[in-house]
Design a protein around this ligand. Structure first.
Ligand code: ADP
Ligand code: MG
Length: 385
């Protein structure tokens, strides 16, 4: 039996201790039923030690993570969408021992929400039962987390920040909810026809400048062998979040940053993982812990026909990456300042959630967070060609 188990698990931890948070409200409100039917049996068969709790209101996930007994568990599994995962990272980040908690606890997603990018990126699936198996067999993997400062507040982002046509078509079409998923397409087309642009200033700490360099950066890091599955909880016990190297959005800009003033930007998107939806591979060269955010900008001076083509290319990320209209860089920090934001109404999305329409600054902390992944070294998305 021991031989069989060691073949099945290799160096991966067996019988993980899992705190499950079920968002009964996520997706179409079927989180609890999906969990009981499709997930619980898998975790039970693998003899995981499981403790289930429902989230009862918005922000409950933050509180539960903040108060979690981190020595009692190895994993927090969110049976939810990406919103609850965002809350758990932020709850861990608020603790006085944040750095240790983020290293000790692997945060994972069992896809039960309407947006489940986390599971697609790390497990390569939107199936709850397959994701459960990925938790049973998953390798501890360090990932970059991003500090966001806005309005004197600091929070953590694990997935994305966006401003422009995509954020607008997503967050700004709540009034078209009756359309179902088509509301995004409708919103996109309306803004395209209206030639809507999103003027803003972007200042950034550039790490990798262009597409060819990005590919080389990816190739140099995505190969290589798997890391041993060690539970390295050796960081100091009482260290909060790492200090901000570049201060906050309220501080003067660092002198070595690059500045771009966009009088007619169409889209700004920064991603910490490649897939923003199952078939939307925005950042094929994203890596779990390279200390970089991948950043995409599209300027407004492109023909509408091309912009329409791009909408259809969203499904094939490698293609999107190759499009000449799409500028790609890797950065370790940036500041986004929309023009005329004071008193204005607009949409900025952090990890898919709406935040105030005000300037914000982002800074990457290399490998601050921990997740479970299949490979231990890369995401489950097609790499750049
Ligand atoms: P979805 O992908 O469907 O949006 P998420 O897990 O991302 O699902 O959750 C969306 C939001 O639901 C999160 O902001 C979370 O705080 C909130 N939430 C969690 N539990 C509840 C609850 N019991 N009632 C209402 N909202 C909740
Ligand atoms: Mg990265």
């Amino acid at each position: 039996m021991e031989q069989l188990l060691s073949r099945a698990y290799g160096s991966v931890q067996r019988r993980k201790r899992i705190k499950v948070l079920v968002n009964p409200y996520g997706g179409q409100g079927r989180g609890s039923r999906i969990y009981t039917r499709e997930v619980e049996p898998v975790l039970a068969a693998a003899q995981c030690d499981v403790d289930v709790e429902l989230t009862n209101y918005r922000g409950h996930g933050v509180e539960l993570a903040e108060q979690l007994d981190i020595d009692r568990f190895d994993v927090v599994a969110c049976a939810s969408g990406d919103g609850t995962v965002h809350e758990v990272f932020n709850g861990l980040g608020r603790r006085p021992d944040a750095t240790r908690a983020l290293r000790k606890i692997a945060v994972t997603n069992i896809p039960c929400g309407s947006g489940n990018a986390m599971s697609w990126n790390l497990n390569g699936t939107g199936s709850p039962s397959t994701a459960a198996l990925c938790i049973v067999k998953g390798r501890r993997t360090a990932i970059d987390l991003v500090s966001i400062t806005q309005r004197g507040r600091r929070s953590l982002s694990f997935l994305s920040q966006s401003f422009g046509i995509i954020a607008d078509s997503d967050l700004g079409t709540e009034n078209l909810r009756w359309m179902g998923p088509a509301r995004f397409t409708a919103g996109y087309l309306l803004r395209l026809l209206g030639k809507t642009t999103y003027p803003c200033d972007v200042s950034l700490k550039l790490e990798v400048a262009d597409k060819e360099e990005i590919k080389a950066h990816y190739r140099a890091r995505a190969e290589g062998t798997d890391h041993p599955d060690e539970l390295s909880a050796s960081s100091p016990a009482d260290l909060g979040l790492p200090p901000l190297r570049y201060g906050t959005v309220a501080d003067p800009l660092p002198s070595d940053w690059t500045h771009v003033s966009h009088d007619a930007l169409v889209n700004f998107y920064a991603g910490n993982m490649p897939l923003m939806a199952p078939a939307a591979n925005f950042f094929p060269a994203a890596l779990p812990a390279d200390g970089c955010l991948d950043m995409l900008t599209v300027r407004g001076d492109i023909p509408r026909r091309r912009a329409l083509g791009m909408m259809f290319a969203l499904g094939e990320g490698a293609e999107l990456f190759e499009l000449p209209e799409v500028e790609m860089t890797k950065v370790s920090a940036y500041r986004m300042t929309p023009w005329q934001w004071e008193g204005a109404d607009g949409f900025i999305s952090i990890d898919g959630e709406r935040v105030p329409f005000e300037p914000f600054q982002a800074e990457v902390h290399a490998g601050l967070g921990t997740v479970l992944s299949k490979s231990g070294i890369r995401y489950e998305a097609a790499p750049p060609r």
